[in-house]
Every structure is written in structure tokens, then in C-alpha cells.
Design a protein around this ligand. Structure first.
Ligand SMILES: Nc1ncnc2c1ncn2[C@@H]1O[C@H](COP(=O)(O)OP(=O)(O)OP(=O)(O)O)[C@@H](O)[C@H]1O
Ligand SMILES: [Mg+2]
Length: 396
């Protein structure tokens, strides 16, 4: 069928034509943010899930919803190589400039901007990558200690007071939180803890890989009680069906029942895979309805597209030894696997492979669901590893 009208949208952070199966989670966040806005206590929320389950599109949707009801927001993605203060500062500045346009909040927003100036200046020594436009001179003693834990707290408090005065809240949306280093994570947790205690309307809605939960716990032992960690997983069969059927229907195209069942089985309900199969089944079909046969015929190109994009971008970032480690895991199946079993596949000692395993965790390729266990963070990565490294050469 006409590829121009193809509604499906595989891609990192690409909004799907139908955001299926996430109404409950959207509602939980809506309630939490509305509570904060009217001065009621509410926990920060950190969504955790594997690659491609839809965390980024959820964050974006939640942010749109919040903005639509007058909540002030900022949105950042933690990169692997920059510091949290560096990525937060410019976004915070924008949020404060917007707040300063509110007559009631103006004075406090400007004070927070002075705080930001002090913050940036004092922390520049430690975090050389901080670059932020300065609108005001620092206010001596405000967020300018040079100690991240203290200064972040003071800065967010100043920003939150401005939001409160405007009758609203400040919500920070942070993606890929698992890349934030432990010390910076600890400072963020402490700051949010303080906001909650003082009823300052600043909260975090974050997203990250499953290891985030443990990282938060090791950064601050009380973190696991302080936040909610809803899991974002594959879609239920019904939601997965509607993710495919609804966008087609809107174009006047029917997808047969057994075609839907087949797509759900092939993708196991993982959102990224659903978009990819939907797209290829559409392009393969000659006319409505899309049949099971169309889905079968489209699988080769759907898998090839995934291999070239979704899987490939992760694979290309690996060293030869990291690739062999993942290949050994794949040899054992989908996982999780014991470190000892993986080491045995490679005929190496667990301790000798520990640095490789740690590096793979840091790169966000694997995580540890429980002590000594290792699992992929990318769904169906084991099957990809078999395709990309066939045979037994990797054992040498
Ligand atoms: N609820 C949903 N229904 C249908 N499709 C979805 C849904 N959520 C996400 N998608 C689709 O899945 C793909 C991946 O979404 P997204 O990039 O948000 O995932 P992610 O969890 O952030 O992945 P990563 O961990 O790699 O950043 C996109 O193509 C998106 O359109
Ligand atoms: Mg994402």
C-alpha cells in the first residue's frame, strides 16, 4: 500500500500514531503533578524499562500534558559524557525566564536566576562543561558554595519558590537517568528530598534502564522509598493489537485478526518492534485488508531494518571483547544468566571478565536483575547476536 500514507513510526523517541496501553501510567503522573501544583505532597516518578519500550515518548507526552494545564517544565536527556549540572543549567534558565514573565513570580524568578549565576560560577571549577547565559549577577550566599549537593538544593528551592508564587509547579523531565554519575545522582536525590520536606513544588519525572533503581539506592539508601518506580514493559496483547489496528483503521485499512495475532507473537508486544512490523506489513500489503501472509512476507525486511538501526547502533559501540561477552550470553539463550555460566562459555574466569561486564553495564547494554545475574537491556538482543555473529569463531 501507499508508503506515503504509512502511519507507523519506528524510531528513537518518535511519537507513535497510537500511544497504546499507557493510560494508567499517564493518569498516575497526571495526578501526582496536579497534587504538587496545589501544594500536596507527591513522590517523584522514575519510569524504568528496557530499550525501545516507549519511555521517551511517554516523557514527552507527560510533559505536553503538564504544560497544557499550566505547569512549568524542563526537559533534558542525560548524556553519557556530560555532567548533570551542565545539562540542567541552560534548561533551568529557560524555565526561570518563562516564570519571570508572570507578574507574581517575577521577583522570585529573578532571584533564582541570580542563584543560577552563582551556581554556574561556583561549580565551574568542578564541572568545566557548564555553559549558561547569565542574566543577573550572583547573589552572594545563594547557591554558590561550590558544593553540588548544597548548591543544587538551594537553586531548586529558589526556583520552586518562584513557581509556588505563580500558583504552579516546576517539573523536571529527565531521560536516560542511568547515565548520571553516582555523586550527581546523590545530589539530585538530596535536593528532591529537601523539596518534599519543605513543600516546595519541584518534582522529577525521570526515565531510565532497569539498573536505575539500584543506582538510586546506592547513591542514597532512602531513594527507593522516596520515589515511585513504575515499570514500563511490553504492551499487553490487547494494547499491542490496538497499536497496530487503530492507526490502520484511521486510514480506512483493516488488519485481519490472524495478522494481528501474528504481529503480537513476533514482536512480543515490544513497542519499537510493533512499529517496525506495522510499517513493513503495510508496505508489503497490496490492498486492505492486511493479511497474515502479508505479515509473514514482511518479516524479513522488518528484521533487516531492526538489525540496521535499533540493534546496530548499540552493537557498533562495543569493543571486540564486549561483543564476545554478549555473544556468549546469547549462546545461553534470552537470559538472565549467571556470570559463572557466561565466563565458562568464554573459558575465562569470572573475575577476569568483571571489567568487561561493568563496562557493558555502564554502556547500558546489560543489567543485573539480582546479584550475579546478567540480562540484556535490549529486547530480543540474543537473537540479533546470533544473526550478527554466527558460527563459533567468537569462542576463540
Ligand atoms: N505505547 C506505545 N504504543 C505504540 N507504540 C509505541 C508506544 N510507545 C512507544 N512506541 C514506539 O516505540 C518506539 C520506541 O519508543 P521510545 O524511543 O520512546 O522508547 P524508549 O523506551 O525511550 O527506548 P530507549 O531506551 O532506546 O531510549 C517508537 O517508535 C515509538 O513510536
Ligand atoms: Mg528513550
Amino acid at each position: 500500500m501507499d508508503p506515503v500514507r504509512n502511519p507507523y513510526a519506528p524510531g528513537a523517541g518518535t511519537p507513535p500514531p497510537e500511544l497504546a496501553g499507557r493510560d494508567d501510567l499517564l493518569e498516575i503522573v497526571r495526578i501526582a503533578l496536579d497534587r504538587v501544583r496545589i501544594g500536596r505532597p507527591s513522590k517523584s516518578i522514575l519510569m524504568v524499562g528496557l530499550r525501545g519500550v516507549g519511555k521517551t515518548v511517554l516523557l514527552d507526552r507527560m510533559r505536553e500534558n503538564a504544560e497544557a494545564v499550566g505547569i512549568h517544565t524542563l526537559r533534558v536527556e542525560a548524556p553519557e559524557s556530560r555532567s548533570l549540572p551542565a545539562i540542567l543549567a541552560p534548561e533551568l534558565r529557560q524555565a526561570l525566564l518563562r516564570l519571570s514573565r508572570n507578574a507574581k513570580a517575577k521577583a522570585l524568578a529573578q532571584r533564582a536566576l541570580r542563584g543560577l549565576a552563582g551556581f554556574a560560577k561556583a561549580l565551574k571549577v568542578k564541572f568545566a562543561d557548564i555553559e549558561v547565559g547569565l542574566d543577573f549577577d550572583p547573589e552572594p550566599g545563594l547557591a554558590d558554595d561550590g558544593n553540588l549537593e548544597h548548591d543544587l538544593q538551594a537553586l531548586l528551592e529558589a526556583a520552586g519558590e518562584a513557581a509556588k508564587k505563580a500558583g504552579t509547579a516546576l517539573v523536571m523531565f529527565v531521560d536516560e537517568l542511568q547515565y548520571v554519575g553516582e555523586e550527581e545522582l546523590a545530589a539530585l536525590i538530596t535536593a528532591l528530598h529537601r523539596m518534599a520536606q519543605r513543600q516546595v513544588p519541584v518534582v522529577l519525572v525521570g526515565a531510565g534502564l532497569p539498573q536505575l533503581r539500584g543506582q538510586m539506592g546506592s547513591a542514597k539508601s532512602y531513594a527507593e522509598r522516596m520515589f515511585d518506580f513504575p515499570e514500563v514493559g511490553p504492551l499487553s496483547p490487547e494494547a499491542a493489537r490496538s497499536a497496530i489496528a487503530k492507526p490502520a483503521k484511521e486510514q480506512g485499512v483493516k488488519v485481519n485478526d490472524d495478522a494481528l495475532t501474528h504481529i503480537v507473537n513476533l514482536t512480543r508486544g515490544y513497542p519499537y518492534f510493533l512499529q517496525e512490523w506495522g510499517k513493513h506489513a503495510w508496505d508489503t500489503a497490496q490492498a486492505s485488508p492486511i493479511t497474515r501472509r502479508d505479515v509473514e512476507r514482511s518479516s524479513i525486511s522488518a528484521i533487516a531494518a531492526l538489525d540496521e538501526s535499533f540493534f546496530r547502533v548499540r552493537f557498533d559501540r562495543l569493543t571486540p571483547l564486549e561483543k564476545r561477552y554478549l555473544r556468549a550470553m546469547a549462546e545461553l539463550g534470552a537470559g538472565p544468566h549467571r556470570s559463572g555460566d557466561i565466563a565458562e562459555e568464554l573459558k575465562r574466569k569470572v573475575t577476569a571478565l568483571a571489567p568487561t561486564r561493568n563496562q557493558l553495564i555502564r554502556k547500558g547494554m546489560i543489567w543485573s536483575p539480582s546479584h550475579g545475574d546478567t540480562a540484556f537491556t535490549v529486547p530480543l538482543f540474543d537473537e540479533f547476536m546470533h544473526r550478527i555473529m554466527p558460527g563459533n569463531d567468537w569462542k576463540e
